[in-house]
Design a protein. Structure first.
Length: 574
């Protein structure tokens, strides 16, 4: 049986003199810190998800309530609290802001790269572990998410660890290890999966169970996980999450549980918040977003990986997880990029496996890597130039909101995209070294080039893009900090007004009703109210009825229009 199909997992004996593992770990940890931590707070949080979760953490601190998640000071039943707790802890230490909101994922990035090295080393070799680390850190979306403030990096890590420890339990049983070791591995898998459920929901349990079911079928119903193992895994997974639900149930009743599962069903069955897409959306996103690892992993397709083997292989498990995630979230009606981000772990492992087992990439792989590196470089280099000389084509843009975004006076030099040349040069030079047979240098150049390019673009490009997308609105909200007022967005969904204006907790019951917007525009309010809307919707709020109730336009910019309505304690007053 070829070694690349199903290797035996064996313990590795390494001496400090011949293999200084501590130096490798230190290098990975330091490199991850440099890639993910600097400049975390240099750009405002982006609507929706980043600001949504950060605002939940801020409100936990304001309300001193760490049991129930809230948004706009009302119960928020869409997400469990684990990641919000991490952000709240960061804000307690570093203050409320972008750095604290994104720090948990930067820490997750450091931990993830160290773990990938250890898993790859334990599975086969130090070289495989190093390749896996390189492939994850140097691919586009996997790298990007560790510098964000969204839930998914921790969610994915917990799920993947639970999957790995289930695989370990199978290996331990195959090797006739003591039952206690097998059960310990299953218990760790259950707790990790429970933490994933506590991070985002029980889709974590569903994904793992679907993977196990597919593996059971592919292995011709001959599997190594018993019913007792599955029950123990499920009990610990569900128990970890329902411990939080149980506490909330005692304090607040069953409404949170009802609303949470209603929301999960809605995400699966309908395009939530307009996030619809074509059936192959996630396949395209993972293929292009995980460049260059995705195109390296495709080299395994010509190799027939049989599932009719006596020994279970981690390669099989990764192939199954990759396609289960892609197919499952292709079925889900809401098409959001990070829904399929769990696929990054098995995909980058398969890329590392191909890197380790193949002496040369196929010609078509080299062609795709070169072509896409040129395309990415062209797009990133051209974008700053287009925005700098936007005056030449602004008149042809019909969308007044987009036009307003581009009119924001941001100083572009045109050279903000230059770091992308590291990706281009690294890819082309790496492939050149590969043709010379110097594989280690080749892979190091390819992935280091893309990883460094991404890290530097956070310094040069992103700070110039953000002012065009939401900068004017965020500046308006920040100017309202410290004022005893209401702040509200009209005609579009946002959380930026909550996080950046940080309004005082509302006391009037009407604020918490379904008619909040109508009440703020027309009802008796004891504080001034400020509103933000997009320029293409502003006309809806400039009618006589709104002006009669005191609504006045006070400014506009960047595609947004701002209004003010003075306090009207009683409608009988003028």
């Amino acid at each position: 049986m070829p070694a690349y199909i199903c290797p035996q997992m064996k313990p590795i004996s390494i001496t400090h003199r011949t293999n200084p593992l501590w130096q490798i770990r230190l290098l990975i940890g330091f490199g991850a810190f440099i890639l993910f931590v600097p400049f975390l707070g240099g750009v405002h949080l982006f609507d929706w998800d980043e600001i949504n979760f950060a605002e939940c953490a801020r409100e936990m601190i304001v309300l001193n309530d760490f049991q129930q998640v809230s948004i706009d000071y009302q119960p928020f039943w869409e997400k469990p609290p684990l990641f919000i707790w991490m952000q709240a802890a960061g804000m307690q230490i570093f203050g409320v802001g972008e750095f604290a909101a994104r720090l948990p994922n930067a820490i997750c990035g450091i931990i993830s790269l160290l773990l990938l090295f250890e898993l790859g080393r334990k599975y086969k070799s130090i070289r495989l572990g190093a390749y896996w680390t390189l492939a994850y850190a140097g691919s586009l979306l996997p790298h990007f998410y560790f510098r964000s403030g969204i839930i998914d990096p921790w969610f994915n890590l917990f799920i993947f660890l639970s999957f790995w420890f289930l695989y370990r339990s199978v290996q331990l049983r195959e090797n006739s290890q003591p039952r206690m070791q097998v059960f310990t591995s299953i218990a760790i898998a259950g707790v990790c999966n429970g933490l994933a459920c506590l991070t985002k929901g029980q889709v974590a349990w569903l994904v793992v169970m679907l993977c196990l079911g597919v593996l059971w079928v592919l292995y011709r119903f001959r599997f190594y996980i018993t019913i007792f193992d599955l029950l123990l895994f499920t009990l610990l997974s569900w128990g970890t999450m329902f411990l939080w639900f149980a506490i909330d149930y005692v304090e607040n009743g069953p409404q949170l549980l009802i609303d949470f599962y209603a929301y999960q069903y809605r995400l699966f069955s309908t395009p939530d918040a307009g996030h619809a897409g074509f059936p192959g959306f996630h396949f395209v996103i993972v293929l292009l977003g995980c460049f260059p690892a995705s195109f390296v992993a495709l080299g395994l397709i010509p190799k027939r990986i049989s599932f009719h083997l006596k020994t279970v292989s981690w390669v099989h498990w990764c192939v199954v997880m990759l396609f289960v995630v892609l197919i499952l979230f292709s079925i889900v009606q809401s098409k959001i990029i990070h829904y399929s981000s769990l696929a990054y772990f098995p995909l980058t492992f398969l890329a590392a496996w191909a890197m380790d087992s193949q002496t040369m990439l196929h010609r078509w792989q080299r062609l795709f890597l070169r072509t896409l590196s040129v395309v990415f470089a062209f797009v990133v280099l051209a974008f700053p130039l287009l925005v700098r000389y936007r005056s030449y084509f602004l008149s042809s843009i019909q969308d007044v909101f987009v036009k307003g975004n581009l009119e924001v006076p941001v100083s572009w030099s045109g050279f903000e995209g230059l770091p992308i040349l590291l990706l281009l040069v690294g890819t082309w030079m790496g492939l050149r070294y590969m043709l010379k047979g110097q594989k280690v240098i080749a892979w190091t150049m390819i992935y280091s080039g893309s990883g460094l390019a991404l890290a530097l673009l956070f310094y040069t490009l992103l700070p110039k893009i953000e002012p065009h997308t939401q900068g004017s609105a965020v500046a308006f909200f920040k100017a309202l900090q410290g004022k005893n007022c209401y702040v509200h967005c009209l005609g579009y969904k946002s959380y930026a007004h909550l996080f950046y204006a940080q309004p005082v907790v509302p006391t009037q019951s009407e604020y918490y009703s379904d008619q909040q917007t109508h009440w703020l525009l027309h009802g008796p309010i004891e504080r001034d109210a400020y509103f933000c809307t997009k320029v293409n919707k502003a006309i809806e709020y400039m009618n006589d009825e709104n002006r009669k109730d005191g609504l006045q336009k006070i400014g506009e910019g960047g595609g947004f229009v701002f209004f003010h309505r003075p306090a009207v304690p009683s409608l009988s007053q003028p």
